[in-house]
Design a protein around this ligand. Structure first.
Ligand code: FEO
Length: 406
């Protein structure tokens, strides 16, 4: 195949190369603000049956082919494994398969179905299930279905000889960089981006991920390399233990003293209320985190909420409705369903004031337990009004501390 190799692969082991793409400039990922860009990781295994694990987002097809071409002629690829059908990993799969003409394409049963519902293929896709193995010659790949982590089709592939787990979205993060391995990044950046990824992509599936983590020992995996489809690859045992440890903590959505106060404001009246509420939270022993939507985005709110015990949300009323920006963030959070949080609602209004009740409805729909009365403020809060806001924050903070002591 005539495909100039203007981009280079990265060697992981003697037999496995990273051949994916770095998307430095992507900043929006179906609602998730990816301020550090992302990567679409794909891997080439050299063996008697040369095997490609996953592909990349469609516009990066030539990056993939270019990196592969630096190692082998892509037409020599025998097998393609698709661990996940979402288009950031399968967007160029059908086109690549048409060029390469592999002997076989493997996906989970749900993956096969999803791929055929997305694309047209010239060949059949072979469905595999948990425990199935394929031989590449010297090497073996074992499959583990990971349904709803985070799509129905999601699957892990484990390369037995090299002890490498290709974990698709799980353990990933949206982090573009020139380095491939986790030990080449600062710890705090890894933690924030992994936490943000978990909160925005996986929080809703925490129960399924908990089950998967509990079941993992049954598969007797000796993981020397943990290779997700986004962000860095983990190659040191302490880093693998670190990311799995983070997940073991996040799946329980544990409460903390942190309390998110998220609001938007029209003429700063709702904002004054937010400041007073934050002081009440602080004086009760909680740790308020104020987020004004607009200055921060919905993905950051979700991330802060992952390890918060409370959410207090505020909105002005505009044309009989809550602010559009608050409807946006609360709709987003409702979908992620953070569990066991407590909270309250507040906001300023001019003449009708429906916004606060709408905020409270959103919070209840998220299963947030409302532990303090909502506060509706006519126009601008005065000293007495701000005292009521302070008391609301204090009441939520005291209740949070009481629950943490249980
Ligand atoms: Fe990275 Fe669910 O796709």
């Amino acid at each position: 195949m005539n495909n100039p190799h203007y981009l280079q692969p990265v060697r992981i082991t003697d037999n496995v190369y990273w051949v994916g793409a770095v998307d430095w400039n992507v900043n929006e990922f179906h609602g998730y603000r990816t301020v550090r860009g992302s990567t679409y990781n794909a891997f080439l295994i050299l063996d008697e049956k040369i095997t490609l694990i996953d592909t990349v987002k469609a516009p990066f097809k030539n990056h993939l082919l270019s990196r592969i071409s630096a190692i082998v002629d892509p037409e020599k690829i025998s097998y393609i494994v698709s661990n996940h059908a979402e288009p950031d990993h399968s967007g160029c799969l059908a086109e690549v398969a048409a060029l390469v003409k592999p002997e076989k394409i493997f996906a989970s049963t749900a993956g096969k179905k999803a791929l055929l519902q997305h694309y047209e293929f010239d060949q059949d896709i072979e469905a595999v299930k948990t425990g199935d193995e394929i031989s590449l010659g010297r090497e073996t790949i074992r499959f583990i279905e990971t349904k709803m982590v985070h799509w129905p089709d999601s699957m892990f592939s484990y390369l037995v000889g090299d002890k490498m787990l290709f974990s698709q979205d799980a353990f990933g993060m949206h982090l573009a960089g020139s380095a491939l391995f986790a030990d080449e990044y600062e710890h705090d950046i890894l933690h924030w981006e992994a936490e943000k990824y978990y909160a925005n992509i996986l929080m809703l599936y925490s129960g399924k991920i908990k089950q998967l983590l509990e079941k993992l020992p049954e598969f007797k995996l000796d993981i020397k390399y943990l290779a997700p489809d986004h962000g860095p690859i983990f190659r040191r045992s302490e880093d693998i233990a670190m990311i799995i440890g983070w997940y073991r903590n996040w799946v329980d959505l544990p409460l903390s003293r942190k309390a998110v106060v998220v609001y938007d404001t029209m003429w700063h009246a709702t904002e004054k209320m937010a400041f007073a509420i934050a002081d009440g939270l602080r004086d009760a022993g909680a740790e308020p985190h104020l987020i004004r939507i607009g200055a921060r985005d919905r993905s950051q709110v979700a991330t802060e909420l992952l390890d918060s015990g409370a959410i207090i949300a505020g909105s002005p009323t505009l044309n009989n409705q809550l602010f559009p920006s608050m409807a946006d963030v609360l709709t987003y959070l409702k979908g992620l369903r953070p569990q066991n949080r407590i909270g309250a609602a507040f906001g300023s209004f001019g003449w009708s004031g429906e916004g606060v009740a709408q905020v409270e409805t959103y919070l209840r729909d998220m299963n947030v337990e409302i532990v303090a009365d909502s506060i509706k403020q006519k126009y601008v809060p005065k000293t007495d009004d701000l005292q009521r806001c302070y008391e609301q924050g204090r009441k939520v903070g005291e209740e949070l501390l009481r629950r943490l002591k249980k």
